[in-house]
Each structure stands twice: as structure tokens, then as C-alpha cells.
Design a protein. Structure first.
Ligand SMILES: NC(=O)c1ccc[n+]([C@@H]2O[C@H](COP(=O)([O-])OP(=O)(O)OC[C@H]3O[C@@H](n4cnc5c(N)ncnc54)[C@H](O)[C@@H]3O)[C@@H](O)[C@H]2O)c1
Length: 420
């Protein structure tokens, strides 16, 4: 059995973790390497505990009882109550401390994206995970989307050759910035939170035989907060990679959390990637289904829903289920933990741990480029707030691993000295 602790019990818990734990009540995970392994939600730590208390009161029968910790000592109490693995789903600037404490306590850890906000934090978590013999992984569900798996397969097989450029757009509704995230949004931006989905897709699908070269960004303010304030409405990020043949590839990633709430798809997501011999265009929600229900779309039900990510179904064989790649990717983490702790085919736990740590789709040691871009982005936006827009961050140049250059200034600002 894997007893799981959940740190953070908000929107994403409800979307993707809850279905995993609710299914785990009746159906254990299974693989031939481990046999059946049950996964249960044993404890929750959150700021107020109110949402978890509501869930405990209303979902009897679909869950096993769990301990509900809240307040300043909640995380420490959760770590002392006998959990084996911990999922961190707090706001993105609160991942590091929670993940660090869990790893030091010897727990396997799954962190929501973005894993952490700078490379020093990533170095520390990677070092501690190795020292304490546990997995430290990050959730990037877009890698499990069948369309993205095919994109990567075609690229890795050489059908799509040499990516040159691309754009990705992910636009969230105003209700996210104005309601859902209102408690922690001050000083934050939508790119750190959602551009990482596409940063990882690009880095993982078209790498690893290329080098991240530089990052630039700009954005808009004035709706979520004051026009000269710290909080961003929308961000346009550009990242440039260099192929081994010295040709460059550039990607523009546009994000927002101020799209109108009645936008038909709720979250608008599309991509285009251009290759020497091909173009790949994809729309996250326009996959064929278009639905209109009087008085229920586009609010409660979506006009162009993406049931591949996450959907509730009446299965042909009569069961009710909730599934999709957003849920599958969480289950995968528990299968990896089960393999480490209960695998019978490989000899030693250390070998099984090494095997699972080598999975670059989710191991935090393989998250360096994404975290580097996030760190650079945050620094560029902070300089813009301070009255210096238009900075560029150069990666692995002569002055250091991550170095910020301001327009008109010859003085570099080293953000990270080591190699990215
Ligand atoms: N994979 C995805 O598509 C996806 C979607 C949404 C959010 N996320 C990620 O999930 C994380 C949480 O997002 P959300 O939408 O659930 O946010 P949310 O605001 O709905 O919930 C945040 C939760 O964290 C808790 N929390 C805040 N500070 C805490 C602290 N110091 N200690 C313990 N608990 C604390 C709050 O009580 C709340 O339960 C973020 O990192 C976000 O990037 C991922």
C-alpha cells in the first residue's frame, strides 16, 4: 500500500488527484513487476482545512477517511503521520519548502508544475532526493496527451525533421485571476504558472540534443492589478534553442489569465510547430466535439470540450469513471513509487530507484531547462516592473549559467553561476 499525503487541496486536487484516490478505494494499481498495490489518501495539509473538511463531510463512500491538518504546522504534522509519498499542489511559489520538508522526511514527492522557481532550489531538491533515496517528480500532463506523444514520436523517429520555430498559446479566463487564485496572485504572472506546460513539451519532444540559448519576455498589466504594479495580466515569452548544427529554433509562448469568462472553451490552447519538412498545428479543444446545451454551455458545460484530458463517463460496461491523461499522469507516479518499493523483478531497491529516476519526462533532475526559463522570466518581469523592460537572459554563456543583460548596460547580472 502507498499512503499518500496531499499538501494543497485546491482546484487541481479536485480535477486530477481526487479521481485517482477515489478509484484507488476499489481498484489497486497493478503491474506484473509489483502485483496489486493500493493507493490511499491518508492525510491532507492546507492553509485552512475548510475544503478538505467539506470533502470529508460530503464524499463518504467514495473515499477512505484521511487526517486533515491546517495552519502553520500542517505540513510537519502531515509528514509525521506515516505517509509514504507526498503530492505538493500549493501555489507555485510555495512548492519548494513543502517538497524539501517531504524529501528530508524520506517521502517520495510529486510536485505540480512548475516544480520550483529557480535553479538553486532545483539543485537542492535533486541533491536531497538522491541523499534520502526517494523519487522527486514533477507533473507535466501534456506529455501524456496522445497528440503530443505522437508529435514526439514523429520527431524522434525523424518523420518531422529539425524543428525551427513555433508558437503556443494558453489563455485562462478572468475567473482564475479574479476568483480562484485571488488569494495568492499578487506579484505573480500567468506564464510561470502555465507556459511551463509548453516549455516542457518543447524541451522534452525536440530535445535533448540541443542547447537552450536565451530567453526574453514582455507582458501587460492593468486588469488584475495596477498598470505599474507587480501582477501581470498576460505575458509573451520567447525562448531560443541552438541545434548541434548551430541553427537556431525560436518559440513564442503567449499566456493570459484575463480572457472573458464566457469564452467558449474556458481555457484556450493551441500550438504550431514548423520543421524543415513539415508543419504541425494543433488545437487543444477543437478535436471534433462541438456541443450546445440550453442554459448550460459555455459555463457549466463547454462548447468544445477536451474529454481526452479529463472527463466523467458512463463506460460501455456500465461503470461510472473519471479518466484522461491529466489523471493518468498522476497514476503513473504512483506506479513508479510502487515499482521502487514493491518491484519484485529487479534485484535491489537502489536499482529500481535509479531506473525510475532516469525517466526524464518527470524527474526533477531533467527539469533544468524549464526551471531556468522560469527563473529568467521572473527576473525579466521583475526588471520591467522596476522600469527596465526588454532584458534578455543568456544561458551558459561566458559570464555564467543564467545571465541577465539590460538594454543599454554592459554590466551583466548573474542569476545562476553554474551550468544550466
Ligand atoms: N497540472 C495542471 O494543469 C494544473 C492546473 C492547475 C493548477 N496546477 C498547479 O497546482 C498548484 C495549485 O494550484 P490550484 O489551482 O490547485 O490552486 P488553489 O489556489 O486552488 O489551491 C491551493 C491549495 O494550496 C493550499 N496552500 C496554500 N499555501 C499553503 C501552504 N503554505 N501550506 C499548505 N497548503 C497551502 C491552499 O490551502 C489550497 O488548498 C499550482 O502549482 C498550479 O501551478 C496545475
Amino acid at each position: 500500500m502507498i499512503r499518500c499525503g496531499m499538501i494543497g487541496f485546491g482546484m487541481i486536487f479536485d480535477d486530477t488527484y481526487r479521481p485517482v484516490f477515489e478509484a484507488g478505494v476499489s481498484v489497486p494499481l497493478y503491474s506484473s513487476a509489483t502485483g496489486p498495490v493500493a493507493v490511499t489518501l491518508a492525510a491532507v495539509a492546507s492553509r485552512t482545512g475548510a475544503r478538505a473538511a467539506r470533502y470529508l463531510a460530503t464524499h463518504a463512500g467514495r473515499r477512505v477517511p484521511f487526517k486533515n491538518f491546517s495552519g502553520p504546522n500542517a505540513i510537519a504534522e502531515l509528514l509525521e503521520c506515516g505517509v509514504d509519498a507526498v503530492c505538493v499542489a500549493t501555489p507555485d511559489d510555495r512548492h519548494f519548502e513543502a517538497a524539501r520538508a517531504a524529501i528530508v522526511a524520506g517521502k517520495h514527492v510529486l510536485i505540480e508544475k512548475p516544480s520550483v522557481l529557480d535553479l538553486r532550489q532545483l539543485d537542492e531538491l535533486s541533491r536531497l532526493a538522491a541523499e534520502h533515496g526517494v523519487l522527486a517528480k514533477v507533473v507535466y500532463h501534456k506529455l501524456a496527451d496522445p497528440d503530443h506523444k505522437k508529435l514526439r514520436t514523429l520527431y524522434q523517429d525523424g518523420v518531422l525533421s529539425h524543428v525551427n520555430s513555433g508558437y503556443c498559446s494558453l489563455l485562462e479566463p478572468k475567473s482564475i485571476s479574479g476568483g480562484q487564485f485571488a488569494e495568492w496572485i499578487a506579484g505573480r504572472n500567468p506564464a510561470t504558472y502555465v507556459a511551463v506546460h509548453y516549455l516542457k513539451l518543447i524541451d522534452f519532444s525536440f530535445g535533448p540534443n540541443w542547447a537552450l540559448d536565451r530567453i526574453s519576455a514582455t507582458g501587460q498589466r492593468g486588469l488584475v492589478g495596477p498598470a505599474d504594479g507587480l501582477t501581470w495580466d498576460s505575458v509573451q515569452l520567447q525562448v531560443v534553442y541552438r541545434h548541434p548544427d548551430a541553427r537556431e529554433a525560436a518559440f513564442d509562448i503567449h499566456t493570459s489569465w484575463v480572457t472573458p469568462d464566457n469564452f467558449p472553451g474556458f481555457v484556450e490552447q493551441e500550438v504550431q510547430f514548423r520543421f524543415d519538412n513539415a508543419v504541425w498545428s494543433a488545437h487543444q479543444r477543437k478535436r471534433g466535439v462541438e456541443l450546445t446545451v440550453e442554459n448550460r454551455t459555455p459555463g457549466e458545460l463547454k462548447n468544445t470540450p477536451n474529454y481526452h484530458y479529463n472527463g466523467t463517463f458512463l463506460e460501455p460496461w456500465g461503470e461510472r469513471s473519471q479518466r484522461g491523461y491529466g489523471i493518468e499522469v498522476i497514476e503513473r507516479f504512483f506506479k513508479e513509487v510502487a515499482f521502487v518499493e514493491y518491484g519484485v523483478l529487479a534485484d535491489a531497491r537502489a536499482d529500481r530507484l535509479a531506473q525510475m529516476r532516469s525517466l526524464t519526462y518527470n524527474d526533477i533532475t531533467a527539469d533544468r531547462n524549464c526551471v531556468a526559463i522560469v527563473q529568467a522570466l521572473e527576473a525579466i518581469l521583475a526588471r520591467a516592473v522596476a522600469g527596465v523592460p526588454g532584458c534578455v537572459v543568456k544561458v551558459n554563456g561566458p559570464a555564467g549559467g543564467l545571465v541577465l543583460y539590460e538594454p543599454g548596460s554592459a554590466e551583466p547580472l548573474v542569476l545562476y553561476e553554474g551550468r544550466v
